[in-house]
Write a protein that binds this ligand. Structure first.
Ligand code: ZN
Length: 358
């Protein structure tokens, strides 16, 4: 079967790989309907992350058709159109019983597809614990919208949930890439009063307002910390969700978050080595009552089904994030390259592989 493989750092190739076989009775084999390269794929290929398996098949964002299921799989049959969550928790780890869906057993255990296990950029791939990880896509939900649920909405909504937004809160969303835009939509649906989005790209600015931002503040023209403090009578925001920015994003978030009850949620990947730092004074010398949460996207079936419910009831449309489409699997390399060099009009790319033989 055809697959998009990481040969070594900075070097990817489409090549023939063995078709996966079911590893146990609870697993499923699937074939992608549509895939999307992600900034974290860019980081896997070009970044300085942990050592990856040899000939790693890349990718963790896809919707797929179920091809084959193990004998113990209850709820899925071949032909089902499903969301495959970017995060597939390891349901066999006892830490799951303590709610540790993402790091049970070992760090990033839920972040397996395209990282520690073969990913979804292939003609076929395996998902373990199919009943726990897959979610059927309602007929009325478009391919684009479902594809944008698996990681982008799943991550942005993770951020808003972790931010414990209450009705009328002032929320700052730093960064208006796809995850930031979904954090805006989630904050609006959670009852935020004022949503200050921070970003500058024109295509994202239009969508930020569409998804519910009160305003978009350009960090190149405005001192964001001062602006947020002014807008909140010096108190700071109830919640800051970090979805982008430079390494000083955490410091800025601490400075503009409310003393006593403010919550900072980080969804950004701080690449490279070194420290994430924040100022002593603005943190109340470490006693300011500002909570910092470090969140990876939530995964698993129930989370997918909740988000798909919001889409099927037309509460928001994550499909608007798809600003570029390719037909043909061979375009995945170009699509990844476009995500690396993000032009002004690129938010997310959908590749429809159009397999010829199955
Ligand atoms: Zn992703």
């Amino acid at each position: 079967m055809k697959a998009f493989v990481l040969k070594e750092k900075n070097n990817t190739v489409i090549c023939d790989m063995p078709r996966p076989v079911l590893s146990d009775d609870y697993a499923a084999i699937l074939s992608p309907i549509a895939i999307s390269p992600c900034t974290s794929d860019v980081n896997t290929v070009y970044g300085n992350g942990s050592k990856k398996p040899d000939d790693l098949i890349l990718g963790h964002e896809c919707i797929a058709t179920v091809v084959e299921v193990g004998s113990k799989v209850k709820d899925f049959t071949p032909g089902d159109r499903v969301c495959v969550p970017a995060i597939t928790p390891d349901w066999s780890e006892p830490g799951i019983q303590e709610g540790n869906l993402r790091h049970a057993g070992k760090a990033f255990s839920g972040n397996a597809l395209g990282r520690s296990k073969p990913g979804v950029f292939a003609e076929f791939f395996e998902v373990e614990d199919a009943d726990m990880n897959l979610a059927k896509i309602p007929d009325e939900v478009s391919d684009e919208a479902a594809l944008m649920v698996v990681d982008m909405a799943a991550t942005g909504f993770t951020g808003a949930e972790a931010a414990e937004i209450k009705f009328g809160d002032t929320v700052v969303v730093m960064g208006i890439g796809a995850v930031g835009l979904m954090a805006i939509a989630a904050s609006a649906l959670s009852g935020a009063g004022k949503i200050i989005a921070v970003g500058s790209r024109p295509a994202s600015t239009v969508l930020a307002i569409e998804y519910g931002a009160s305003e978009v503040v350009d960090y190149k023209k405005t001192d964001i910390v001062n602006y947020v403090l002014e807008e909140t009578n010096g108190k700071g925001a109830d919640a800051v969700i970090i979805c982008g920015g430079a390494d000083d994003a955490m410091a800025k978030a601490v400075e503009m978050t409310k003393y006593g009850t403010g919550i900072i949620v980080n969804l950004k990947l701080f690449a490279g080595d070194g420290d994430i730092s924040f100022p002593k004074f603005a943190s109340g010398r470490g006693m300011g009552g500002k909570t910092i949460k470090m969140e990876l996207c939530k995964g698993g079936r129930a989370w997918m089904e909740r988000l798909l419910k919001l889409v099927s009831e037309e509460r928001f449309d994550p499909g608007l994030l798809v600003t570029k489409k390719f037909e043909g699997f061979e375009n995945i390399a170009d699509a990844l390259e476009m995500m690396k060099n993000k032009g002004d009009d690129i938010i997310k790319i959908m590749v429809v592989p159009e397999w010829t033989e199955q």
